[in-house]
Design a protein around this ligand. Structure first.
Ligand SMILES: NC(=O)c1ccc[n+]([C@@H]2O[C@H](COP(=O)([O-])OP(=O)(O)OC[C@H]3O[C@@H](n4cnc5c(N)ncnc54)[C@H](O)[C@@H]3O)[C@@H](O)[C@H]2O)c1
Length: 360
């Protein structure tokens, strides 16, 4: 095939030295969210046909507006609590990301959150079985709860409260792992489970209370930076491009990659230290203030990525300072005043839902 017949994405991929896979029909549930929009962009860039399914609970059509220019991209407004619509194309792969991901959102309707974890995953599995598609499911480091083992390996079974305010998500995601694994055993559908550790980058939602976006926005606005507890609790932050590389490698992996795989950056940092770095990088005058720790907030989090590195050849590449600089630039382009509507901000094209998505 001559370069003339290749898509821009394929040419770009070739120049970047990446192997071009045969184009596939790929579904991304939750594709208009933070991670999903980066995944859709990556897959479109590789020349695939992508169907993005989202109910816009926490995601936005604007996150994928640039992709809508490709005739290989389709945005479908749909709730995964309902079966995936029959009229969609047959899929080779389904990435299941649909689920509210931050406490402020998943706790606002915890029953629904638990059901999305269970029934949303079931609907994806039924569709995968029908189409002969493989599935990659987005699980979370929250399945380890407040871990007593450090760093967390995939064979650590976790320390999770079944009845706390975070349980709808933590236990929901644990149940989804069980359902997916049993479904694969019973039907032969190929499934991959990624346990995602804290990830950050452009297109994080400004209002969802996650620590990186919170600190950056507070610093840019010159507001007090809220650190819960003494700020000694640690987190490990992975830049979004690194995570997406892990997704793609995991989806492509062979039968030797069974069971959940941690993807995250093992570089551990205390929340207090992160606040100081953000203040320095933004040149902010913000002060750090302390508030009580939320219930069941984990004290330490760090992935053991031995499996990802040995089975997938995956390692995070983007250092915290570089990823934070990109994320700060993204938020700095937005109007950071608390009252501003994100849809009407420069750099974020407002896309009326009716024009952007096909409702099925
Ligand atoms: N970002 C992280 O650090 C992180 C960490 C661990 C796990 N995860 C998992 O990764 C996935 C994506 O997270 P994210 O950070 O991009 O969050 P996000 O909130 O930006 O994305 C979730 C997307 O799912 C959509 N959605 C929610 N409920 C839906 C439903 N019933 N039907 C259809 N669409 C629905 C939302 O509108 C949104 O677009 C989630 O499953 C989350 O649990 C993320």
């Amino acid at each position: 095939m001559s370069a003339r017949h290749k898509t821009t994405g394929q040419v770009r991929e070739e120049r970047a030295g990446r192997r071009i896979a045969a184009p596939k029909s790929i579904c991304v549930t939750g594709g208009a969210g933070f991670l999903g929009s980066h995944l859709c962009a990556r897959l479109i860039g590789e020349g695939h046909r992508v169907t993005c399914i989202d109910n816009f609970h926490t995601g936005r059509p604007a996150n994928v507006a640039a992709l809508a220019r490709s005739n290989r991209f389709e945005l479908v407004e749909h709730d995964v609590l309902d079966a995936l619509p029959d009229q969609l194309p047959s899929f080779d792969e389904i990435y299941n990301l649909a689920c509210p991901a931050s406490p402020v959102h998943y706790q606002s309707d915890p029953v629904r959150t638990a059901l999305i974890c269970a029934e949303g995953a079931a609907n994806v599995l039924y569709r995968a079985d029908r189409d002969g598609a493989r599935v990659m499911h987005a699980s979370t480091s929250e399945v380890y709860g407040d871990p007593e083992v450090h760093p967390q390996r995939e064979d650590y079974c976790g320390n999770v409260n079944t009845v706390g305010p975070r349980s709808c998500y933590d236990e929901g995601k644990r149940f989804a792992e069980t359902l997916i694994t049993d479904f694969a055993r019973q039907t032969g559908v190929v499934v991959k489970i990624v346990r995602i550790f804290n990830t950050y980058g452009p297109r994080m939602q400004p209002d969802d209370g996650r620590v990186v976006s919170n600190f950056i926005l507070q610093a840019l606005r010159g507001e007090d930076i809220t650190v819960y507890g003494e700020g000694q609790q640690t987190r490990s932050f992975c830049y979004v491009d690194d995570l997406i590389e892990g997704f793609v490698r995991l989806m492509a992996s062979g039968p030797e990659v069974e069971g959940p795989v941690n993807i995250g950056n093992p570089a551990e940092i205390s929340v207090g230290e992160l606040a100081r770095i953000v203040i320095e990088m933004t040149g902010s005058t913000s002060r750090i203030v302390h508030k009580p720790l939320p219930v069941d907030d984990p004290r330490r989090r760090r992935p053991d990525i031995t499996r990802a590195s040995s089975l997938l050849g995956w390692m995070p590449r983007v250092p915290l300072a570089e990823g934070l600089a990109k994320t700060i630039r993204y938020f700095a382009r937005l109007d950071t005043s608390p009252s501003a509507s994100i849809q009407s901000q420069p750099g974020v094209a407002p896309v009326p839902r009716s024009q952007a998505a096909v409702s099925i």
